[in-house]
Design a protein around this ligand. Structure first.
Ligand code: PRP
Length: 179
């Protein structure tokens, strides 16, 4: 697997340091508010499990699954809901957790979907932000790292569903997806 990685963009240590920082900020903002941390499957699984454990306050979790990418490196532009939330989010303080905001289409779809459930508040925390690729105007409230326009994998991010288990964020060698 490692031979397909051109270079490490963000190391495991850097990621964990930033997750601990964001965890402290989220804990300060949501202490006593009984928030719901809502993960967008399935790329978020690694960041989600690290992030929720970095916020030591009374809270609940939920997951929804949406997908935009086909089998390649480009978004198909069409968002498909594969699994909806299971908690009642009306009146709740909801924090959407995402692994990456790229075009912004997935997040826009997710935010609009959750807003219809009338949460008390809605914020977004993303591990990575790639603003160069944005096609809709949308921003996260908490951003782990802003990254350049390169195809990255690891920590939940995939190419053809592979590389999600890499413990760091790596740049995929173009030969891998240009084959
Ligand atoms: C990826 C990623 C984000 C989304 C970001 O998910 O996990 O949810 O794309 O891209 P966007 O800003 O261009 O919409 P993907 O649809 O590949 O599904 P996955 O999480 O199952 O890998």
């Amino acid at each position: 697997m490692m031979k397909d990685i051109a270079r490490v963009l963000i190391s495991e240590e850097e990621l964990h340091r930033r997750i601990r920082e964001m965890g402290r900020e989220l804990a300060a903002e949501y202490e006593g508010k009984d928030p719901v941390f809502l993960g967008v499957l399935k790329g978020v699984v690694v960041f989600f499990s690290d992030m929720i454990r970095a916020v030591p306050i009374k809270s609940q979790i939920d997951l929804l699954a949406v997908s935009s990418y086909g089998a390649g490196t480009e978004s198909s532009g069409t968002i498909v809901m594969k699994k909806d939330v299971s908690l009642n989010l009306e009146g709740r303080h909801v924090v959407i957790l995402e692994d990456i905001i790229d075009t912004g289409l997935t997040l826009k779809f997710t935010v609009e979907h959750i807003r219809k459930m009338n949460p008390a508040s809605l914020k977004v925390c993303t591990m990575l932000d790639k603003p160069a690729r944005r096609v809709v105007e949308i921003e996260a409230d908490y951003v782990g790292f802003t990254i350049p326009n390169e195809f990255v994998v690891g920590c939940g991010l995939d190419y053809n569903d592979y590389y999600r288990n890499l413990p760091f964020i790596g740049v995929l060698r173009p030969e891998v997806y240009e084959k």
